[in-house]
Unconditional design. Structure first.
Length: 218
């Protein structure tokens, strides 16, 4: 089966920028108390022995995976980019990382007690998001929790340069109302929403940032 073009271009782009991306964003959470608050709330929900493993989907160089680990979560990472996975494995040898795509996760039904998609859907065409959320619902155990961070808005940009490299990468800003509709349409229950304005470390053109917490019904 031929791979969708957006997956190939996203993989190639992040393979290209992996090292510089990891360095530039290494300490990004330090200046984002609201982002950390959502991660802390998610961690409290999944930090129980019966939860089992928690998947960081689109983990990149694993800064969020490691942050969750530091919060006491039994986290592992999955990413589309082999170079990102390689950096994650070198940086955090005590954690597990796998290559994979959110549209077809190599996980059994109800395999994880929690999942995070931290800006990892921003390169996914909106028409594909129902497939992504259906996969997340499939792999979440009953009662499992899901945290998504995304760019709030209604815009599509094509980047030809990023992190000091030439690349070809589509970026989507998605209306929060649409994400809420798609989450509930996949069978998840929405628990909380946080939408914040871009802070001093972000370009004003980045626009509002959104964080949604949801769960699969027990």
């Amino acid at each position: 089966m031929t791979e969708p073009a957006y997956l190939s271009s996203t993989r190639q782009a992040y393979d290209t920028v992996a090292a510089d991306y990891a360095e530039l964003l290494r300490d990004e959470l330090d200046t984002k108390p609201l982002d950390r608050a959502m991660l802390a709330a998610f961690a409290e929900l999944v930090r129980t022995p019966e939860t089992g493993e928690v998947a960081d989907l689109g983990c990149g160089p694993a800064r969020i995976t490691a942050h969750l680990r530091d919060l006491g979560v039994n986290a592992f990472g999955i990413d589309l980019s082999p170079e990102m996975v390689a950096i994650a494995r070198r940086t955090y040898p005590g954690l597990r990382f796998e290559e994979g795509t959110m549209t077809a996760l190599n996980l059994a039904d109800e395999a994880v007690g929690g999942a995070v998609a931290w800006y990892s859907t921003v390169h996914t065409p909106p028409a594909v998001l129902p497939t992504v959320f259906a996969e997340i619902h499939r792999v979440l155990a009953p009662g499992g929790h899901f945290l998504i961070a995304f760019k709030a808005g209604d815009e599509h940009r094509h980047a030809q340069r990023g992190y000091g490299h030439e690349l070809s990468l589509d970026i989507y800003w998605t209306p929060p109302e649409l994400i809420a509709e798609l989450l509930t349409g996949s069978g998840l229950v929405l628990d909380a929403r946080l939408i914040r304005e871009p802070d001093d470390t972000e370009k004003p053109r980045s626009g509002p940032q959104a964080f949604f917490l949801a769960h699969r019904t027990p």
